[in-house]
Write a protein of this length. Structure first.
Length: 504
């Protein structure tokens, strides 16, 4: 069910409750948003207003003090949706400023992408991907431009619209020449599948239409095999996937593309709903990519999507109270304009599980022929493991977390356990705990308010609100202090069993 039109009449009647917008010709789409989506969007736009720099025509976030390019393009999209006094003019200024930050370097791998911020130097000779430039800015900014061209073609000058379309063509051309994207790199692959086709249709490129259609079919068939994306279960990137699939659903150039987008979007929402615990306001692991272990304490894109259908009290987000720019991963707040315009289309059965805990259950998902995710969604504890057929390891800076535990501590905060380092590994969850198989040394990080190191041994962990009994063939065990956490190091193992009991 698409929820972005629900309560439209009620909100139209209450438009006088927002004086600044009532005084302007507010976009009808804004009036059609439900209360939760509108609250989230206007709160994020207030952040943009406070971070606006009239000299550079971009927005700057206080934590870094940097003038951000991608986030500014999203703010421009939001300004066009809000349509308050002066918003169109500011959006046009931003779009011109963002266009000036695109790289025109035909013989370089970063051709067609953008500076991330105004202090970032031009990539040097032999530039290193991710360090010196981010190629995904092609997709992030390019899809934002596409949304503006789809939604607001009459609100920007024709000359600017033409330059934005040229910019999209440049981004797509740069991606084609770079040969770095693969269909299994899910979130940019989905955005690219839309953007490539958008550019092909707008530029009347028959070759690109055929190639982008083939790309879409490849991504879809990979998903269809197990009803899962290769880049699996990420609070951040599953949200980006939903954004990209919303682009397919809403703007797809063919009925088939729109149908593929809608089908994958609905299936992804159902999958995420199975891993979600409304009591804990968190998704359970395992996480192929995660920037945090508690959605109540950092901004995730799927949390923003859920906020459009949940109120502030129940949404899996930190409190969206100023100053928002100090929140962990605050840059991802700028997916809000995109999400509210595209609408949050959650199947009714999935929405019911997101709104209210549906009961304890075991989740088992085949990701690929070699990988299986399992999770136990308990009333007051959630944990998960990923069996990888010994194909993936966990490095010190990895975003891959194949064994995780989350629960609510007596303090009211979320406690968590996370496998942060190990050799190649298989992990499996069941109703009573986690079984980990590997060969070598693993490091488990525990964060919980009120944690006492004196209550942790190699065989027993007495944690605030949680007890864990450990069986292993460990040769050496040690405790090490980590930032706001404790690391437990088990050396020389082949297996570890965690029996998990949460306090009721």
């Amino acid at each position: 069910m698409c929820l972005h039109k629900i309560y439209a009449l009620l909100l139209l009647l209450s438009v006088s409750a927002w004086p600044a917008l009532a005084a302007s010709k507010a976009d009808p789409k804004l009036a059609s948003l439900n209360t939760n989506a509108r609250q989230e969007f206007l709160t994020v736009m207030d952040l943009g207003d406070r971070c606006w720099d009239p000299q550079s025509k971009l927005i700057a976030f206080v934590p870094h003090g940097q003038l951000e390019v991608r986030e500014s393009s999203s703010y421009a999209l939001g300004l066009l949706l809000r349509n308050g006094k002066g918003d169109d003019s500011r959006a046009i200024d931003i779009l011109n400023a963002v266009l000036a930050q695109q790289y025109h370097a035909p013989d370089k791998p970063f051709d067609g992408t953008f500076h991330r911020n105004l202090v970032e130097a031009y990539p040097p000779v032999n530039a290193v991907i991710w360090r010196d430039y981010d190629p995904n800015w092609r997709e992030f900014i390019g899809t934002t431009f596409a949304m503006i061209l789809e939604e607001y073609p009459n609100r920007i000058p024709r000359e600017l619209a033409d330059r934005m379309l040229d910019s999209i063509d440049l981004a797509v051309s740069g991606e084609i020449k770079n040969h770095r994207l693969v269909p299994t790199y899910t979130n940019p692959a989905l955005m690219y599948g839309f953007l490539w086709n958008f550019a092909a249709v707008r530029s009347h490129r028959a070759d690109w239409i055929a190639q982008s259609t083939e790309w879409q079919e490849t991504v879809y068939k990979l998903f269809e095999k197990h009803d899962a994306f290769n880049e699996y279960n990420s609070p951040t990137y599953c949200g980006v996937d939903l954004y990209a699939l919303g682009l397919w659903r809403r703007y797809g150039s063919t009925a088939h593309m729109r149908a593929m987008g809608s089908e994958m979007e609905a299936t992804l929402w159902r999958d995420e709903a199975e891993f979600y615990n409304a009591n804990l306001r968190n998704l359970s692991g395992p996480f192929d990519r995660a920037y945090g272990m508690d959605m109540e304490s950092y901004v995730s894109v799927i949390g923003l999507a859920m906020r459009t259908v949940l109120d502030a009290r129940t949404a899996p987000l930190p409190g969206l109270d100023p100053p928002l720019e100090h929140l962990d991963h605050s840059n991802d707040l700028w997916f809000s304009p995109h999400l509210v315009i595209l609408g949050t289309c959650i199947p009714e059965d999935a929405l019911a599980k997101i709104k209210r805990f549906a009961g304890e259950h075991l989740v088992r998902r085949q990701i690929t022929d070699q990988r299986i995710a399992t999770a136990w969604i308990g009333k007051s504890v959630i944990y998960g493991g990923e069996a990888t057929a010994q194909t993936m390891d966990v490095g010190a800076e990895a975003q891959f977390h194949p064994a995780t535990v989350q629960w609510r501590t007596p303090s009211g905060e979320i406690g968590w356990i996370q496998l942060v380092q190990s050799p190649m590994i298989d992990a499996k969850a069941d109703e009573h705990g986690l079984t980990i198989s590997t060969t070598g040394t693993i490091r488990l990080r525990i964060h919980a308010k009120g944690l006492s190191q004196g209550k942790i041994s190699a065989t027993d962990w007495e944690l605030p609100g949680l007890s864990v009994a450990v069986t292993s063939d460990v040769r050496n065990f040690s405790l090490e202090k980590a930032e706001k956490a404790v690391d437990l190091v088990y050396s020389g193992i082949t297996s570890v069993r965690l029996e998990i009991i949460a306090s009721q």
